[in-house]
Design a protein around this ligand. Structure first.
Ligand code: SF4
Ligand code: SF4
Length: 176
């Protein structure tokens, strides 16, 4: 059963509990297998004991039942006070990493808006927010890729709405 949506933005500038939008959807979160293996596999039994479900779908892992309806379980039952253990896309929302567009030769990562629901997307995105997102991406990708230093490129636009139309857009892109 789908849990109630909650607002789980943690970064500064995020409107947090005052936000009119609940950006958290614990039925639609995915991470790449590589990300899962690096950050979640070792504690899988622990997370599953809290009710979180991981389901492999090809090269991705779906994460469901990850909220209590009031809080994110990765935050509520955190195993580290220093490290946010949520999937990367949860940590940087309203941005998301387009893994298919990562340039591994030049070490460039493109970030797009996942959707336009977040009020931060309606105005000039604060530099402070981007700095925090950039820091998270650089740190996590350095951990994933043996210390590599990736450049983060922000696109303050929606490539596709990953939560509502991803499947449709992917079909269209495949035909082109
Ligand atoms: S992992 Fe946490 S922040 Fe991400 S969708 Fe689930 S409940 Fe929300
Ligand atoms: S929708 Fe945006 S501003 Fe609102 S809680 Fe989520 S990240 Fe923060």
């Amino acid at each position: 059963m789908m849990n109630k949506k909650i607002a789980e933005g943690c970064l500064s500038v995020c409107k947090k509990e005052k936000c009119p939008v609940s950006c958290c959807d614990d039925v639609g979160v995915e991470e790449w297998v590589m990300e899962y293996l690096a950050f979640h596999d070792r504690a899988r039994v622990f997370w599953e004991s809290k009710g979180i479900k991981f389901k492999f779908k090809g090269d991705r892992v779906g994460v469901t039942n990850c909220s209590t309806g009031k809080e994110c379980k990765f935050l509520k039952y955190s195993l580290s006070k220093d490290y946010d253990q949520r999937p990367i896309d949860c940590k940087i929302y309203p941005y998301f990493v387009d893994w298919e567009e990562i340039d591994f030769n030049k070490k460039k990562i493109n970030l797009y808006f996942a959707d336009f629901d977040c009020p931060l997307t309606k105005e000039q995105m604060p530099p402070e927010f981007k700095d925090n997102v950039s820091r998270i991406i650089k740190r996590d990708f350095s951990l994933l890729f043996f210390g590599a230093d990736f450049e983060v490129i922000f696109h303050d636009q929606c490539k596709y709405d990953i939560y509502k139309t991803k499947r449709v857009v992917k079909i269209v892109r495949a035909k082109n």
